[in-house]
Ligand binder design. Sequence first.
Ligand code: PRP
Ligand code: URA
Length: 208
Amino acid sequence: MNEKVLNHPLITHKLAILRDINTGTKEFRELVTEISTLLCYEAMSDAKLEEVTIETPLEKMETGKLNEDNYAIVPILRAGMGMVDGIINVIPNAKVGHIGLYRDEETLEPIEYYYKMPDGISNREVLIVDPMLATGGSACATINRLKQDGVCRIKLLCIVAAPTGIKTIEDNHPDVEIFCAVVDRELNDVAYIMPGLGDAGDRVYGTK
Ligand code: PRP
Ligand code: URA
């Protein structure tokens, strides 16, 4: 099992508001940011620290610091962009790469329309962010593309995951850990997550 589901009353509370049809764009964006910060906190729990000596006002001490330059955040456009601020809240110097994908409504296959990564991407740990893991096609295509570029340390952070999407990643990329806020029941016949939260991109950007 490569997925870690955040199981916490605060997450359930925030998801209840996020999912609600009556929640407007402003609050939706704020909640996506907050939940993303909490996901990032969990995803970084195995981060390697560099040993450093610092001086407090009272004495010197040995402690650890993160080399933030080792990390890149890769949002899957569009909806993934909504999660970037939440990650940058805790890793403010992480680089950001972008991949643009949309699901063809007929075939449900992801179509790539944009790809731009920071220099030295193959040496960084990559946190892919996308609020929705439905069929897993978009996340899988993103992982394939990053691996073609030599990236070997990848984590996937999503807010709502479907069992199908988790299985797709586990079958195709067993090395990729998935961090999600919740796993929902199933996909409907047009591959929307049920009960889900609707179209994440439209809700982040207020386009419908
Ligand atoms: C949504 C979502 C994921 C994808 C998930 O994006 O943000 O990227 O669908 O579905 P999958 O797991 O079946 O691939 P969408 O294609 O709607 O594009 P958008 O973010 O531009 O709205
Ligand atoms: N993409 C979304 O935005 N929502 C879903 O439920 C599935 C894919």
